[in-house]
Design a protein around this ligand. Structure first.
Ligand SMILES: O=C(O)c1ccccc1NCC(=O)[C@H](O)[C@H](O)COP(=O)(O)O
Length: 209
């Protein structure tokens, strides 16, 4: 069975349409000012509307304050909130009580200890997104983690794989990890923040969609 595929960091109506028409099941909007993929609330709300009912829309936040979070959720009303910083299980549980969105937690997968630590999100996060460890930015780094860390891991929550995926390596990532969801950002760009429709098409095809 083909995995779900999330194309993250989309910022234009044209690339949203292309990603969805080519088969992406999820799209991601990054609301985090330091990112080259940042979209302001007005833009994000318009893009969210454009994707509504066609693909699940994830809003990415990184250690956002209570006010930033509530402003963003009120403006965008995403299907999914992807927390990509060092947000605590308590904060995620608070948000989960307040909004009907799915809650995803991204974690940088460094070593086997990370797999123990994510258990604190069990019962709170609807999905764990394994990504490469943070660099200058916590995500969208274009780097891979050691996929073998997931070999034989018994997952206690829904999950997915991100980090350094490209049209050339996504099939191998799926085969090696068994990921039910893959997520890509820089691997389908021609420059940081600039999505390339041909690369999006190649990625979706390589992922089996
Ligand atoms: O994409 C960003 O710029 C970003 C910035 C800060 C936090 C998260 C960010 N992206 C989150 C994603 O879900 C990316 O798709 C994921 O990290 C994989 O990125 P890449 O390695 O570039 O494919």
């Amino acid at each position: 069975m083909s995995p779900f595929v999330k194309i993250c960091g989309l910022s234009t109506p044209e690339t949203i349409d292309a990603a969805i028409d080519l088969g992406a099941t999820h799209i991601g909007l990054v609301h985090y000012a330091p990112s080259p993929r940042h979209v302001d609330l007005k833009t994000a709300a318009a893009l969210r509307q454009r994707a509504a009912g066609r693909a699940k829309v994830a809003l990415l936040l990184v250690n956002a304050s209570q006010k930033e979070t509530s402003d963003a959720l009120a403006a965008i009303r995403p299907d999914i909130i992807q927390f990509h910083g060092t947000e605590t299980p308590e904060w995620l549980a608070t948000v989960k009580r307040l909004v009907p969105a799915e809650i995803w937690k991204a974690v940088g997968l460094k070593d086997a200890g990370t797999l123990d630590r994510i258990e604190q999100y069990r019962g709170i996060a609807d999905r764990i997104l394994f990504d490469a460890p943070a660099q200058a930015l916590p995500g969208g780094t274009g780097t891979r983690f050691d996929w073998s860390l997931l070999k034989n891991h018994r997952h206690s929550m829904d999950w997915g794989v991100a980090g350094g995926l490209t049209p050339d390596n996504v099939a191998q990532a799926i085969a090696e990890t068994g990921a039910p969801l893959v997520d890509v950002s820089s691997g389908v760009e021609s420059a940081p923040g600039v999505k390339d429709v041909d690369k999006i098409a190649a990625f979706l095809k390589a992922a089996g969609l």
